[in-house]
Design a protein around this ligand. Structure first.
Ligand SMILES: *Cc1c(COP(=O)(O)O)cnc(C)c1O
Length: 420
């Protein structure tokens, strides 16, 4: 198959590559971050053009963490970033401006056809007083992949990273002050299709926006998080679908099963796939199990998680980091295995006493110990050797925390300098 002309920045090209791999071609073909492909006349996303309109700093006081997370509304900081795109001119000048609602026509594409993708990452106030992001390049790259999957415009991910940093630089000192080391805020970049025209088509207008907000700490459910496998007649994602993209369309339909499980005391759904019951993800986080392999298979201690190659699961930044740290720092002790495995294998391991620990991993839930999996009338009770978590769960979490909060200087912890 010959790679086709990339169709970036949302332009419909002459040749359409209808294979799922088209998107990979699109990304691979980006020449030096130029995302307009056959349309170089369109303006690129350019963070260096950012205009800044400041809010009145005295208008809003910063609540403490508990108050901020107590209500039914996400408390955002003073500013947001926004940037429009159109198919005739490309990306407009990005703006940092006072936080406020956005206005959409009732016929806007996103409201009817779910042309929306998003990212989620945290900004950390280190114990050394510095502000950091954790591997933000991976979020920016993933956002590009997601946006192209749903025919929204492409961009140079480095420019998105710079815009994210700009918002943290301006709002960090007030909202994530040096007097609160060990705390974090949550960044939510999103792109939506805004063209006001009904008709199922790639939007000719779009909006990128970024907010910075409070988010509750979700990584320490008392007694560990309990997972319930999905109802037999529901799946989260499917081969050939878009489970690997962070698009809004993946989440609304999962809420029904999640709400029901939550009512019954479970934290998240463990989504299984196919008649084999492959374990995939736990809600909006990746899922890891530590177990001892069968004696017939060597009996080694393994940390196992679902693979990325069938594109069912989200390629989590936390997941990648857990895999990399375990390979590097637990080498010789625990083997890292990325492969398909079924719920029946988990039940069998449970019956044979081979399960050691389990955890969910993602930005929101960070590394959350899992204490139980309920599947069709059976309970898998998972040991928590340290009381509130397993030994390896705690090690991995501790290493990442040290990088996030500057206790360990590491290339993954990206310092935001030049705070306002
Ligand atoms: C965001 C998300 C994750 C976690 O990804 P991180 O990059 O680690 O935050 C995992 N699964 C799903 C479905 C997600 O939406």
């Amino acid at each position: 198959m010959v790679p086709q002309t990339p169709q970036l920045n949302g332009h419909a090209g002459e040749q359409e590559d209808l294979f799922a791999s088209a998107m990979e071609h699109k990304i691979a073909d980006l020449p030096n971050g130029k995302t307009n492909g056959a349309h170089p006349e369109l303006a690129e996303l350019d963070a260096s053009k950012l205009t800044i309109t400041l809010a009145d700093p005295a208008a809003r006081a910063v609540p403490d963490e508990i108050t901020a997370n107590a209500g039914n509304e996400t408390i955002c900081t003073d500013h947001m970033i926004s940037c429009t795109w159109s198919h005739t001119s490309g990306w407009a000048t990005p703006e940092l401006k006072p936080l406020g609602p956005i206005s959409l026509h009732p016929t806007a594409s996103v409201l009817h056809y779910a042309t929306e993708c998003f990212e989620g990452l945290k900004a950390f106030r280190g114990f050394d007083g510095k502000l950091r992001l954790f591997r933000p390049n991976l979020n920016a790259n993933r956002m590009l992949m997601s946006t192209l999957r749903i025919s929204l415009p492409g961009f140079n991910p480095t420019e998105l990273e710079k815009l994210i940093a700009a918002l943290v630089r301006i709002d960090g000192p007030k909202w994530l002050p040096a007097s609160r080391p060990g705390s974090f805020l949550y960044l939510r970049p999103a792109i939506i299709g805004t063209q006001a025209q009904l008709g199922v088509q790639a939007p000719k207008e779009a909006l990128l926006f970024i907010t910075l907000s409070f988010m509750p700490r979700l990584d320490a459910a008392v007694g560990g998080m309990k997972l319930h496998t999905n109802p037999e007649d529901m799946v989260r994602a499917w081969v050939g679908g878009f489970g690997y993209a962070k698009v809004g369309a993946n989440y609304g339909p999962s809420l029904l099963a999640t709400a029901e499980a939550k009512e019954r005391g479970f934290g998240q759904i463990l989504w299984l796939y196919g008649p084999e019951g492959y374990c995939t993800e736990a809600g909006a986080s990746n899922f890891f199990l530590v177990w001892r392999a069968k004696e017939s298979e060597g009996g080694k201690l393994q940390i196992i998680t679902a693979p990325l190659d069938d594109k069912l699961i989200l390629d989590g930044v936390t997941r990648r980091s857990v895999v990399a740290l375990a390979k590097e720092r637990l080498a010789g002790e625990v083997e890292v295995v990325e492969r398909k495995y079924t719920i029946d294998e988990v039940l069998e391991a449970n019956n044979e006493g081979r399960i050691v620990e389990a955890f969910a991993a993602g930005t929101a839930y960070f590394v959350t110990p899992v204490s139980l999996i309920h599947h069709r009338g059976q309970d898998v009770v998972i040991p928590m050797a340290n009381g509130d978590a397993g030994v390896y769960t705690n090690k991995l979490k501790g290493w990442m925390k040290d990088i996030m909060y500057g206790n360990e200087q590491h290339p993954w912890g990206v310092v935001i300098d030049g705070e306002a």
